[in-house]
Unconditional design. Structure first.
Length: 163
């Protein structure tokens, strides 16, 4: 790729990411992953840099598919992730207790999947000491106060955190 084409591609990606309050810098994007399938509302099976990777989202915790709101969270995650996502690492977190490689994930349009899941009441903020933790915790508080989504709309209690 010529330097001019690389610059145009970088600028186009930057415009996509600038449209969300959680906007990763291009330096922090680790990879584009091909999604094999959404496993839960907060986890994917994907190919990252050509390697099969079980990945989880740094910023959220969603109920498992067998729990109340879990099927809805999984369906929304499938819709958001589609066939590929952009990934950003958090220096404080590499893996969770389930062995999932942790990332912040973005749709092909640069929309934060974690932000969307919390804002729509399908997941709650997790690992709030991460780089976007305070912002995601505030989104959860707003969703709870407004009674938004499956978790906060008077249905099921919030899921336990993934440690």
């Amino acid at each position: 790729m010529t330097p001019a084409i690389a610059l145009v591609v970088s600028l186009a990606i930057g415009v996509w990411f600038a449209q969300t309050p959680i906007a990763p810098s291009l330096q922090n994007i680790e990879a584009e992953a091909s999604v094999t399938r959404a496993v839960t509302g907060d986890a994917l099976d994907a190919r990252v840099n050509g390697m099969r990777t079980a990945l989880g989202y740094v910023g959220v915790s969603a109920p498992s598919p067998a729990e109340p709101c879990g099927a809805e969270a999984l369906a929304r995650n499938q819709e958001l992730a589609a066939d590929h996502v952009w990934l950003e690492s958090d220096p404080a977190y590499e893996f969770d207790a389930r062995g999932l490689r942790l990332y912040y994930a973005y749709t092909s349009d640069g929309i934060s999947i974690e932000e969307t899941l919390i804002r729509e009441g399908f997941a709650r903020a997790e690992r709030t000491d991460g780089i976007y933790g305070a912002y995601l915790a505030q989104l959860q508080a707003d969703a709870e106060a407004s009674g938004i989504g499956c978790l906060w709309g008077g249905g099921a209690p919030p899921p336990p955190p993934h440690e």
